[in-house]
Each structure stands twice: as C-alpha cells, then as structure tokens.
Design a protein around this ligand. Structure first.
Ligand code: HEC
Ligand code: HEC
Length: 317
C-alpha cells in the first residue's frame, strides 16, 4: 500500500524537476551543460570563477607554426580548431596551424569518462587541465564533445569559405529578429578587435565561418548574447544566419575611401606638414615681431611725449 504513494511522490518530484529544468532552459539559464561545455571549449577561462592560466600551455612547444602565446595557447579551440578537426580541418594550414589532432574524430571512440581522464592528464601529463577546471566542468566539456559537435564541412566551401548550402532569406529573418538589435542591421554596430584589426559580424562570417557558427550556436562567454542552441535553433538555422551574415559589410569596402583619405593626407604631406611647420614658425615670428612692434611703438610714443614736454618747457623759458 505504501509503495504506490512512494511512487506517486517520486513521480511528482521527477515531474517538478523536469518542469524546472525545462523552464531553466527556456529562460536561458547558464546551467545548460552542453552550452557550458561549448563555451569552455571556446575560452574556458572566460567563464566566471575560473582563473586564467599563466604562460604557455606545455604542449605548445611541440609546434612552431602557430606563434601565438600566453592564455590563447590554453584554449581547446586554438589547438583543435573551431571545426573541431584540428590538423585535418581549417587549421591544417595558416597561422593557426599546430598539427594537433581532430577531436571530432577522436571523441567518437572515447567514453565521457575517458575524455575526462584525458583532460586530467592520464595519457599525456601535459594535457592536464584539472588544475583549473573541476570535474563538473571537465564533464561538461566531455558532454559537448560527445553530444553536440556539428560537422558543417558539407555546408561551407573549404576554399572560398562561402556557405554552399544555406537559406540566406531565412537567415536574414533570424538575423533581423535576434541579432540586429545589438549588432546593427548591417552588423557593424558592434566592433570586435581581433588581433589588432577591427572586425564586424560580416568580416567574421567571411573570414572564420566555423568560429561564427560555434559562437552563434553556443554564445560568447561573458556576454549577454543570445544562444542559438537555447533558442531551440537547429544546426541549419546557424548555417542560414551565416549565409546571410556573409553578405554583410566587412569594413574593407570602406578601404578605398580610407585610402583616398590617407592619400589626400599624404600628398599635401610633402608641403602639408612642412607648410604647417613653416606656418607655425611664421606665426611665431609674426607674434614675436608683433610684440616687438608693440613695445617699440610704445617706447617711440614715450620718447615723442618726452620730447614734446621738453620742447614745451623750453618754450616757456
Ligand atoms: C596546446 C594545445 C592543446 C590544447 C590547448 C588542448 N589540446 Fe587536446 N590535444 C592536444 C594534443 C597534442 C593531443 C594529442 C596528444 C595528447 O593526447 O596529448 C590532444 C588530444 C585531445 C583529445 C584526444 C585524446 C585521445 O586519447 O586521443 C581530446 C578529447 C582533447 N585533446 C580535448 C581537448 C579539450 C577539451 C581541450 C580544452 C580543455 C584541449 N583538448 C586542449 C593539444 C591540445
Ligand atoms: C545582447 C546583444 C547581442 C545580441 C542580441 C547578439 N549578439 Fe553577438 N555579440 C554580442 C557581444 C557583446 C559580442 C562580443 C563582442 C566582443 O567580443 O567584443 C558578440 C559577439 C558575436 C560573435 C563573435 C565575433 C568574434 O569575433 O568571434 C558572433 C559570431 C556573433 N556575436 C553573432 C551573433 C548572432 C548571429 C546573433 C543573432 C543570433 C547575435 N550575435 C546576437 C552581443 C550580442
């Protein structure tokens, strides 16, 4: 007789927890493990409560092609790529190339526990993140790697980086309803500083489509940006937004104008700044002369008055 009651209570609890977590998801709670794991993959030390590592990752010295240093060398994304394919993906060449492996492939044959233990350095003591990330965070990373890596290589041309299979019209709708209020209709309202260069949504979409997809789907740690995955977006929704974002201005369109500006600045530079200096000197000289002139005039006036007085006094005599 007691067991049905127990079951009833248990079922109620399960239901309540279920409803609780469902609503947590809808309200974009930071508790979503996979989203969290994806943000850890991006830049784990950007998440609250995690300290930034010192120096270079010890594995970094096994390569010399990627010359970045410091905290970047600790990001999973820097070694394994935004497409998760490491040396077999976009980072096969270019300034980010390291030769480090494809985790999309490796993770499929590993269990969550094996991934966590690898992240604690069980196989390679240098690949140990346990000093910075606790078990909960390592488990989130494992879940992300096991459950939500999306292979977009069939939607993005490997050479031109253009979306080959995406619905830009649908992407425009999504962009205008969810992104434009922060990034602007043309994507230029928010400026990203990437390695010393100003970038916009349009430039990131064209130059680094996989990073664009990862961040559109999973958000950017430390920002209020909406998270596609938690809005219920399908992988194809991300690709559609990317397709549209690739048509947005990159800022380089402005370069001819900027160059013209620089040109018109540099052509008078032959006489311009010199003229400026000369002009300055002339102004200085004329001010000096002016001052001398004024005082000379004043002295002259005094002398004249003196002469007049002397002359008047003499006349009296
Ligand atoms: C400095 C570069 C570097 C960084 C940063 C890095 N990895 Fe790795 N990773 C490697 C290399 C090299 C290997 C292969 C050799 C080894 O296991 O150490 C590897 C292997 C792996 C493997 C496969 C393990 C296996 O048994 O085959 C997984 C999974 C992995 N990394 C996940 C991650 C995650 C998650 C992060 C972020 C917390 C991360 N890596 C950060 C370089 C890096
Ligand atoms: C609440 C404001 C807000 C909204 C809405 C928003 N973003 Fe963002 N987004 C940001 C902020 C803030 C950053 C980080 C800027 C920085 O790093 O300087 C950012 C960064 C990004 C980046 C990373 C750029 C890079 O350099 O890697 C991408 C991609 C991006 N947003 C895409 C989108 C897309 C697509 C949408 C719509 C689905 C969107 N954002 C909606 C605020 C927003």
């Amino acid at each position: 007789m007691r067991t049905p009651i127990r079951i009833l209570i248990l079922a109620t609890i399960v239901m309540l927890v279920g409803v609780g977590s469902a609503s947590a998801r809808i309200s974009n709670a930071p508790g979503d493990e996979i989203t969290n794991g994806a943000q850890l993959y991006d830049r784990w030390y950007a998440l609250p409560g995690i300290s930034t590592p010192d120096g270079n990752n010890p594995i970094w010295e096994r390569q010399a092609t990627n010359t970045r240093s410091g905290a970047d060398t600790w990001r999973c994304s820097e070694c394994h790529g935004w497409d998760y394919k490491g040396s077999e993906g976009m980072y096969a060449s270019g300034s980010h190339a390291t030769g480090f492996p494809n985790v999309m492939k490796l993770a499929t044959s590993m269990s969550n526990a094996e991934i966590v233990s690898h992240l604690k350095g069980s196989k390679d003591p240098s690949h140990d993140f346990s000093k910075y990330l606790d078990d909960t965070n390592l488990e989130k990373l494992a879940r992300f790697l096991k459950e939500d890596l999306i292979d977009d290589s069939s939607s993005v041309d490997p050479i031109t980086l253009k979306v080959t299979a995406g619905d830009a019209v649908h992407g425009k709708q999504l962009f205008e309803t969810t992104c434009a209020n922060c990034h602007g209709e043309d994507g230029k309202l928010l400026v990203f500083r990437t390695e010393g260069v100003n970038e916009y949504i349009g430039s990131v979409a064209k130059r680094d489509p996989y990073r664009f997809l990862h961040r559109t789907r999973f958000g950017v740690a430390g920002t209020e940006m909406p998270i596609g995955r938690e809005l219920g977006w399908k992988p194809s929704d991300g690709v559609d937004v990317l397709a549209y974002a690739q048509s947005l201005p990159t800022g380089t369109e402005k370069e001819p104008v900027a160059n013209a500006g620089a040109g018109s600045k540099s052509s008078p530079a032959m006489g311009g700044p010199q003229g400026g200096i000369l002009g300055g000197m002339l102004t200085g000289i004329s001010v000096l002369f002016g001052m001398f002139g004024m005082s000379a005039f004043f002295l002259f006036g005094l002398v004249v008055i003196g002469i007049l007085i002397v002359w008047a006094l003499r006349k009296r005599n």
